[in-house]
Design a protein around this ligand. Structure first.
Ligand code: DMJ
Length: 645
């Protein structure tokens, strides 16, 4: 705008002198600075900053202190972003409106009499009979707004399973030694659970040394992560008293009306996954309605220009989401937005609402279309432009479960999801061509890739890939099948080596293959073990695929090491250095120890008919989700089944 001087008005306007105007302006600007500065001293300044900065969708602005150091530190433990010191904000454009479909009364009418099958005398003494699953429709609260329950029938779903989920005899192995080992794992679960219940009930995790609970800030104010993560493990182990306590807590105390900032990924894999698997195993409507209610709260995270969700979501009604401040330039993380598919497809199945599947299919399409350096998927992608932000590729942290969910999406679709299949096998080819290495000592490992430069390091997290490549072997090209199985075995062997080469016989967070190192950690900061499951997970899959007894032996070595070094008076704890026998405990019993580590060990020592792989895929938190047999489910002649094991 151009200002013109009006005739008859003094140059100094309003009759003020130039010096007076100057003093006035000085005062004014001082006042403004003071007011603005004061905002940052208010108690909840981050929230206020967000209010100010959240209006722009197209230009996410970093508002946290996501310094390089923070980023580096967090990158070391990317899957446990307990302390998101910086977040990049942008408000979801509109609050997501669900496409509400006609709502009918649920017609689930099964009387699921789930009698626990005897697993030996000792087991009987410890547990109560599996509770009679009440006619769940009576109690169903249709809390999943926008969801319908008209087409999914639990009993019909059970009729489409090839085998009973818990096997003929709860998966009890015939070999007495294996059975003893299995009982030992069950005792470990009971010990971990009892201590959680005693000292940390309702909190997210147990701190076993200080005997109190930990809440953390990954779950946006949701509580009881260890309870939700344990439901299915308790159930399959026949720990029915404990399972019933957990179920009652969900009924009376799981409050989903939280208004905090949560990791979309963590809430999805632990809470949504845990509730879904509890529902599919037990038929309890309570778990289904909670899963649907929570699933709906996650939808606003997808309100970005590309539909690629941001990492952090406000679970309240604000519909706001952010990127982690430590992630490059407001980007989303491949392993986070790529690890939603299994749970979201099931949310659509159960609600008869396609929106969840649409959201994850959109992610899939974008990833399928976008140019990939050497066929590889980098770890950071902008949810605004849909372009890669950095060329860092890893099968460990930041990338891992994206690949896992490709092959598992294919398997879970009853092998009909051809896109997932193609994407998985071409990703695997690129991984083999660019990342898979052989050490001078003959160990096969997965290196990391930074813009074409290899970092000869493998994270504990990357050890899940033995199992992943194993379960995908059979559907690869005919001439590659044996090769994939061999590769899976080699990687699992390398991960086992990372355990055997430590003093405690537990593996470090990351191990290297340079500077003379072979599967050992060279940095102090990589020497910790936080009760992670990935190595044991691969033992379990490789056992199921090959029945080579060495996998059970390796699993038992891990049990002994856990007992010796991680078991403390009041639970299990991670340790800070796997290379020293005078261990220092980290005072944390992670919820994934109950959900994954102990479950995979239990399955390793069980018969294959406990959660058979013909019927179930495990989400990345080890929560079993059923294979969706569309044709069977839609077939009018499919027999509904009275559910009893
Ligand atoms: C778990 O929460 C999941 O397995 C996730 O995919 C990776 N990290 C932890 C366990 O290590």
């Amino acid at each position: 705008m151009v200002f013109r001087k009006l005739p008859g008005v003094s140059a100094s306007g309003m009759g003020l002198r130039l010096s007076q105007k100057f003093v006035f302006l000085l005062f004014l600007s001082g006042l403004v600075t003071l007011c603005f500065g004061a905002l940052f001293f208010l108690p909840d300044s981050v929230r206020l900053k967000r209010i100010f900065l959240s209006k722009t969708e197209t230009q996410p602005v970093t508002v946290g202190s996501g310094s390089e150091n923070d980023a580096r530190e967090l990158l070391k433990r990317p899957k446990d972003p307990e302390h998101p010191r910086g977040i990049t904000s942008a408000k979801g454009e509109t609050s997501t409106k669900l496409k509400t479909l006609s709502r009918k009364q649920a017609v689930v009418s099964h009387e699921a009499t789930e009698e626990r099958l005897a697993g030996g005398k000792a087991q009987e003494d410890l547990t109560l009979p599996r509770s009679k699953t009440e006619s769940s429709s009576d109690r169903a609260t249709s809390s999943g707004r926008g969801a319908t329950t008209d087409t999914f029938t639990y009993t019909k779903f059970r009729g489409c399973l090839l085998k009973p989920p818990l096997g003929r005899d709860n998966g009890k192995p015939s070999d007495p030694q294996t059975n003893e080992r299995r009982d030992k794992v069950k005792e470990m679960m009971k010990f971990a659970w009892d201590n959680y219940k005693r000292y940390a009930w309702g909190k997210n995790e147990l701190r076993p040394l200080t005997r109190n609970g930990h809440i953390g800030n990954m779950f946006g104010g949701l509580r009881g992560a260890s309870i939700i993560d344990s439901l299915d493990t308790l159930y399959i182990m026949g720990l029915m008293e404990e399972y019933n306590d957990a179920k009652e807590w969900v009924q009376t105390s799981l409050d989903l009306n939280s208004n905090g900032e949560a990791s979309l990924f963590e809430v999805n894999i632990r809470y949504v996954g845990g509730l879904l698997s509890a529902y599919y195993l037990t038929g309890e409507e309570l778990f289904k309605s909670k899963a649907l209610e929570l699933g709906e709260k996650l939808l606003p995270a997808f309100n970005t220009p590309t539909g690629i969700p941001r990492g952090v979501i406000n679970l309240g009604s604000s519909g706001t989401s952010w990127s982690w401040g430590w992630a490059s330039a407001g980007s989303s993380i491949l392993a986070e937005f790529g690890t939603l598919h299994l749970e979201f497809v099931h949310l659509s199945e159960l609600s008869n609402n396609p929106i969840y599947t649409e959201k994850v299919m959109n992610i899939r399409k974008l990833l399928n279309k976008i140019e990939k350096p050497h066929g590889l998927y980098p770890n950071f992608l902008s949810p605004v432009s849909g372009n890669w932000v950095q060329h860092h590729v890893s099968i460990g942290g930041l990338g891992d479960s994206f690949y896992e969910y490709l092959i598992k999406s294919f398997l879970m679709s009853d092998k009909t999801d051809e896109d997932a299949k193609k994407m998985y096998y071409s990703a695997l080819e690129a991984i083999e061509a660019n990342l898979v290495q052989k050490s001078p000592g003959g160990l096969t490992y997965m290196a990391e890739w930074r813009g074409g430069i290899l970092d000869h390091k493998m994270g504990h997290l990357a050890c899940f890939s033995g199992g992943m490549i194993g379960i995908g072997a059979d559907d690869g090209a005919l001439e590659k099948r044996q090769h994939y199985l061999d590769l899976a075995a080699e990687i699992t062997h390398t991960c086992h080596e990372s355990y055997t080469r430590s003093a405690t016989k537990l593996g470090p967070e990351a191990f290297r293959f340079d500077g003379g190192a072979e599967a050992t950690a060279t940095r102090l900061s990589d020497r910790y073990y936080i009760l992670r499951p990935e190595v044991i997970e691969s033992y379990m899959y490789m056992w199921r695929l090959t029945h080579d007894p060495k996998y059970r032996e390796w699993g038992w070595e891990a049990v002994e090491a856990l007992e010796q070094h991680c078991r403390v008076e009041s639970g299990f704890s991670g340790i800070r250095d796997v290379y020293t026998m005078t261990v220092s405990h980290d005072n944390m019993q992670q919820s994934f120890f109950l959900s994954e580590t102990l479950k995979y060990l239990y399955l390793l020592f069980s018969d294959d008919d406990l959660l058979p792989l013909e019927d179930w895929v495990f989400n990345t938190e080890a929560h079993p989700l059923p294979i969706i047999r569309k044709s069977c489910l839609q077939d009018e002649t499919t027999q509904e089944k009275t559910v009893s094991e």
